[in-house]
Ligand binder design. Sequence first.
Ligand SMILES: *Cc1c(COP(=O)(O)O)cnc(C)c1O
Length: 384
Amino acid sequence: MTRSKKPSTIVAAAHPDLDPAYGSVGPAIWTSDTFRWPNQDDKPAFDYSRTVNPNRAMLARTLADLEGAAGGVVTNSGQSAALLALLRLPAGALVVAPHDCYGGTYRLLEALEKQGKIRCTFVDQTDDAAFAAPLSDDLALLWIETPSNPLLRITDIAKRASAAKQRGALVLADNTLLSPMRQRPLDLGCDLVLHSTTKILNGHSDLFGGALLARDAALVEELEWWSNAAGLNGSAFDASQILRGLRTLPLRIERQESNAARVADWLSARTEVQAVHFPGLKSSTGNEIAAVQQSGSGFMLSFQLRGGKAAADRFVRALELITLASSLGGFSTLICTPSTMTHRGMPPEAQRAAGIAPDLLRLSVGLEDSDDLIADLERGFSGH
Ligand SMILES: *Cc1c(COP(=O)(O)O)cnc(C)c1O
């Protein structure tokens, strides 16, 4: 019903019909672990909250409408959504993932591979030859993450998804960095979309959550089964908070994105900076693909200084407004050094291969005034 509506309308819509007792406009929070049966034979739609819960259902519906999915599962973190995507694979299934994927994804895939549960190959998905090498008919899952983190490399979703689908594989896209406001992977041929709702979707740096959404109803049912079996579902309270955060997603992303664009332009003109990675910059690799598959540049950027780890340390120490912390998508601007923070679980050789240098800095741009952000970055360079 709401699927034909525009995103701002989807997130702003009230559903007072979902609260038949009171018709509340601000949704209630159903924290009850269990629900009454009308009799012992007729299972109610909501029976036990690990399995189904009204607040999670409301959030799953809203996220599915935003992504154009049949439905999905709301999990207790982004990582549990990743685990859920992997749980349904048969033993020894082949997974192909980006060599520069989210550090936690890398850690999980690598650990499962070491245990012999799956086989996993990490490749540079922006490179045609590197991508083609591990493709085979036993490919079970292609894992895409674009823009990548921390280098904002752009993978051509439609092209990679179609190659994997020809091999009979399922295709998943981690859409955390852009949100459905800026990219809709299911429209580009993916089967699954993963989100860490901890990030821009909740947007308030105050909880953990995840979601795994699927294009086909049968796959949604399978994911619901596994999530209940493994107990990965999120809490009613968190689901309610994430829905509350979503109400302002369209406004927040607009402001964070325009701030990021200004900061990226400003950084590009600094002689102390070797490279700026931001999908909105003409000089950024993959910019043309981004212009086709994204409806905006997003709020993440990274930049590389000259002078190695010491230069990065001096820069970060001189900042007063921007916080040194490793999350992203929240209301305030955060900076991190991926090599020692978000990607420290990646061995040094893998970091080098992925282009994660010790003087690479990642910024998640927030809602502050851009003048103040630039003044703080200026401080970083003067301490430099
Ligand atoms: C944070 C993040 C995750 C993991 O989510 P958590 O909520 O921290 O478990 C996965 N993918 C990306 C791109 C992320 O930024």
